[in-house]
Design a protein around this ligand. Structure first.
Ligand SMILES: [Zn+2]
Length: 278
């Protein structure tokens, strides 16, 4: 069969080739597509950056290595069966959860270290010791602190999760409370730390306190890192929580501080894991 003198088969093949070329060309050159791609796979841009393959500041971006690095990423194991207690850098988030009712073996009450708490609060021993040292320095600066959350078991997390989901719905609720098995508080290395300056509240006024300023510049020296900083919500999946700190040990906390990285970004980059933005 012929259309205007051309064989139909040739016409179809030509159209297909032209169509595919246009799609490929658009994908590489149209800024919106590029931006969407980078938005969804932002973290991989950083992997490429660390390998020196791409520069976002440079107009001469090489797309090929960037796309290759995205395609080569793998997803993390979604459920950790038996966490290795020595792994202070264990990833716990909405993608990766503890499977069983994990209970750390070396939990100690913070009252043992003279740290003010809201009720009985436990942490793993090393974290508690580091916190007690940090508490001494904070006290010397005249700041009165209180720990209002530390180790949390699965049942308590279920209550917190249910509360937020009921209050504001599932999607929004999950930006406030982690699902059961997915909270860093299960690890016994994580605290919510507040001060008398804003009446021990977890509120936006927190960022105008001396405690906030102390923590963002000194917490790493004691091995603590802020898990959910401002501006990284799409990576962590959580709202800015200036009071939520996790103990990872001084060397790693210092590395994260110096490179402006969250533990999530660090671990995902290290393992070349796929992280879709929230
Ligand atoms: Zn917390």
């Amino acid at each position: 069969m012929r259309v205007n003198g051309f064989p139909l088969k040739l016409l179809l093949i030509s159209s297909l080739v032209i169509g595919l070329s246009l799609i490929l060309f658009s994908f590489l050159l149209i800024p919106e597509i590029k931006n969407n791609f980078q938005k969804n796979f932002g973290v991989y841009e950083k992997i490429s950056l660390s390998k020196g393959l791409i520069s976002t500041d440079n107009e001469q971006i090489s797309y090929e290595p960037f796309i290759q690095s995205v395609l080569s990423c793998t997803f993390p194991d979604p459920q950790i069966e038996v966490p290795d207690e020595e792994e202070l850098d264990l990833i716990i988030n909405k993608q990766v959860k503890l499977q069983d009712n994990y209970v750390p073996s070396d939990l100690v009450p913070l009252s043992q270290y003279g740290i003010p708490t809201d009720g009985t609060i436990m942490l793993r021993e090393k974290s508690a010791l580091a916190l007690s040292q940090m508490h001494k320095e904070i006290s010397q600066k005249g700041i009165r602190i209180r720990i209002n959350s530390g180790y949390r078991d699965f049942a308590t997390q279920q209550d917190a999760y249910n509360y937020w989901v009921r209050a504001v719905g599932k999607v929004k609720g999950e930006t406030f409370a982690a699902p059961v098995g997915g909270s860093e508080h299960h690890l016994g290395t994580t605290i919510d730390i507040v001060s008398s300056e804003n009446n021990y509240k977890l509120l936006p006024t927190y960022t105008s306190t001396k405690l906030y300023n102390y923590l963002i510049t000194n917490a790493h020296l004691y091995g603590f890192t802020m898990s959910y900083p401002k501006g990284k919500e799409s990576i962590t999946g959580y709202n800015f929580e200036p009071w939520h700190y996790r103990y990872v040990g001084t060397p790693l906390a210092t590395y994260l501080y110096e490179h402006n990285l969250t533990l999530t970004e660090y671990m995902y980059q290290l393992n070349n894991y796929c992280l879709l933005s929230y």
